[in-house]
Design a protein around this ligand. Structure first.
Ligand code: NAD
Length: 480
């Protein structure tokens, strides 16, 4: 078999402290060489990554099937395409991003000019999660390379096949003094986090984001934190219920609900509730048949730990009086939880106090949109908030009175695919942004460059101060 069709088995590789330090030192030594590369040199590197992702496309699919039975087409849509489209975006625009930006000169600073130069932060660390292992590792990597950094990567231990394959790809495409991937779990992350990186790009849970930020604070390392949370969905009285049900069912069950921007729970206007439940159940069957366990399009929960977590949320909701509208069948031998729809879920149940991150949708009916807004605002700011409506004033009212990292109107999760939009959360759902120019900027320092051409006002205002100079200062404050 050719190298592109050999299955890569997970390694038990753990990177110890000395190995981590060795690579860090190597990258630190090499950082200016990488930093001073031209746009075409960086694009050439990204082209190699792009080619490798396509070369290993079938192995990526196999790896993700082995990790949690993800369907190959879903791998294409949610792992391969986001990476190739991110790289294409960088290839298209990198030259203009690297050119920097000229800024205006205030009148008082006449005789000078100024511009912003985006320079690489230096040696950066990317820590990625398991739920879209390829996408959320190689996507940020594309931005970090575009910005001219050297990069150390720690993927998740929960998708070992994907991590082992990414390790092989990284070794094949890059020299370790520019990009290195270190497999391992929490202990590897912990070792890495002790080092004085110039930036850390972390994707994962808010609770772990706090650990990362605390460690970063030790070295005053800047961070981008791509976190999670509960993303609410509102279906108002004017929404096209059939379309809403179809899109919400897709957003909820793709990747088995293990999506940071999945619609976590839904509020449906009471006039639409019955129709919504009916349409949603129809969509569940259309997508996954009567028995999703035998439908190959339906992935599994990643492992027993997370299976038990989601099961405990369902059990807790049922114990507190929730109604199962559909699903809730479980098979722990294969980490299977059927696509599930629930109503009457107590607001204090785990399904509503924790991020679900699994194929369960709690739905509530509402009459008053302001009470919905109040309930949303009582929780942490979500990574995404979705609105299904045909009424502009409703959409505006909801957007203006809530906060979220991103919003889709009449869709969900689709904003991730538009790399012209900043992607990320706010406070508990994240700090900083990814994708396109925003991703490039996250991995760059916006260096302020000021150039004096002819004598300026400051030259006239040096000590010793006297009445004439004070008058000039007064005039400057008054008029400029
Ligand atoms: P996680 O936070 O458990 O793990 C993420 C990474 O952090 C892994 O590489 C893991 O090894 C490492 N890690 C775990 N515990 C650590 C610790 N104590 N110290 C240092 N490193 C540690 O997250 P996960 O379970 O892989 O992913 C699920 C979470 O990620 C969800 O909350 C989801 O919403 C969020 N997420 C966010 C985005 C986004 O773009 N905003 C995307 C995907 C997932």
């Amino acid at each position: 078999m050719s190298s592109a069709t050999t299955i890569i088995e997970p390694t038990k590789q753990k990177s110890g402290r000395s190995e981590i330090q060795r690579i860090f030192d190597l990258q630190k030594e090499n950082q200016f060489e990488v930093a001073n590369t031209s746009a075409s040199q960086r694009i050439a590197k990204l082209k190699k990554l792009h080619e490798a992702v396509l070369k290993y496309r079938s192995q990526i699919k196999e790896a993700l099937h082995n990790d949690y039975r993800k369907h190959p087409s879903e791998v294409d849509l949610t792992e391969i395409y986001p990476v190739t489209s991110e790289i294409k975006h960088v290839k298209r625009d990198l030259k203009s991003w690297m050119r920097g930006e000229d800024v205006k000169t205030p009148l008082a600073m006449m005789g000078s000019s100024a511009y912003i130069r985006y320079e690489p932060k230096g040696v950066v660390l990317i820590i990625s999660p398991w739920n879209f292992p390829i996408n959320l590792t190689f996507g940020p990597l594309a931005s970090a390379i575009a910005a001219g950094n050297t990069v150390m990567i720690k993927p998740s231990e929960m998708t070992p096949h994907a991590s082992a394959l990414m390790s092989k790809i990284v070794k094949e495409v890059f020299e370790e003094h520019e990009v290195a991937l270190l497999e391992g779990g929490v202990e590897t992350s912990t070792e890495l986090l002790k080092l004085p990186f110039n930036h850390i790009f972390f994707t994962g849970a808010p609770s772990i984001g706090k650990i990362v930020m605390k460690a970063a604070a030790e070295h005053l390392t800047s961070v981008t934190l791509e976190l999670g949370g509960k993303s609410p969905t509102i279906v108002d009285e004017t929404a096209n219920v059939k379309l809403a049900a179809r899109r919400i069912a897709w957003g909820k069950y793709v990747n088995n609900g293990q999506v940071c921007i999945a619609p976590d729970y839904a509020f449906v206007h009471e006039r639409q509730m019955e129709a919504f439940i009916g349409e949603f159940k129809k969509q569940m069957k259309t997508f996954y048949t009567e028995d999703a366990s035998s439908e190959p399009s339906y992935a599994r929960i990643v492992n027993q730990k997370h299976f038990k977590r989601v099961k405990s949320y369902i059990d807790d909701a049922i114990a507190k009086g929730a109604t199962i509208e559909a699903g809730a069948d479980l098979d722990d031998s294969q980490d299977y939880i059927a696509p599930t729809l629930m109503t009457n879920v107590a607001k204090d149940s785990k399904l509503m106090t924790e991020e679900i991150f699994g194929p369960v949708l709690p739905v509530y009916s509402y009459t008053n949109i302001d009470s919905v807004i109040e309930q949303i605002n009582a929780k942490e700011k979500p990574l995404a908030l979705y609105i299904y409506s045909k009424k502009q004033s409703n959409i505006k009212h909801i957007i203006h009175n809530t906060r979220a990292g991103g919003t889709c109107i009449n869709h969900n999760a689709a904003h991730f695919y538009n790399t012209n939009l900043p992607f990320g959360g706010s406070n508990n759902s994240g700090i900083g942004k990814a994708h396109g120019f925003e991703g490039f900027k996250s991995f760059s320092n916006a260096r302020a460059v000021f150039k004096q051409h002819i004598p300026n006002a400051l030259d006239l205002l040096t000590p010793p101060y006297d009445n004439f100079k004070q008058r000039l200062i007064d005039l400057t404050i008054k008029w400029f």
